[in-house]
Design a protein. Sequence first.
Length: 154
Amino acid sequence: MAYNPANSWVWLWALATLGFLAWTLTEYLLHRFILHGLVPFSRWHEEHHQRPGALICMPSAISLGLIFLLVFLPNFWMFGFWSAVAFSLGVLSGYAMYTLVHHATHHSKSKRPWLLQLRFHHATHHAMHKKKVLQACTSVSPIRCGIAFFEPEN
């Protein structure tokens, strides 16, 4: 009888949620140690800070390839196919949300309060990146990671 992942749906949902949350930490670590610390990535990222309206980004194919190599394959080898799929789906969901929010903070014309808050936070990151305001898009992680998070003044 073949393995039926439906029998493990609670475990798979938990892994997907864990993967989603893991993306937040991953975003911080990548941003802190790679994009603001490792040449040539820091030079490329500095260009993004200097020209925030320009479409400067990592090609999706490279990002997906890295997620496959660094997330899916190790989980597959250690925990099996369905666990790797669930955790990777969570990471990909977090990455997709990050990508959409990051794009919106630069290009959306929406006046919705939550987006204005994220736009302000992200603009602060751009303006003060030398002072280590490093979480780029999410509003929960900077508080949890102990990173400065500034409220807009009216």
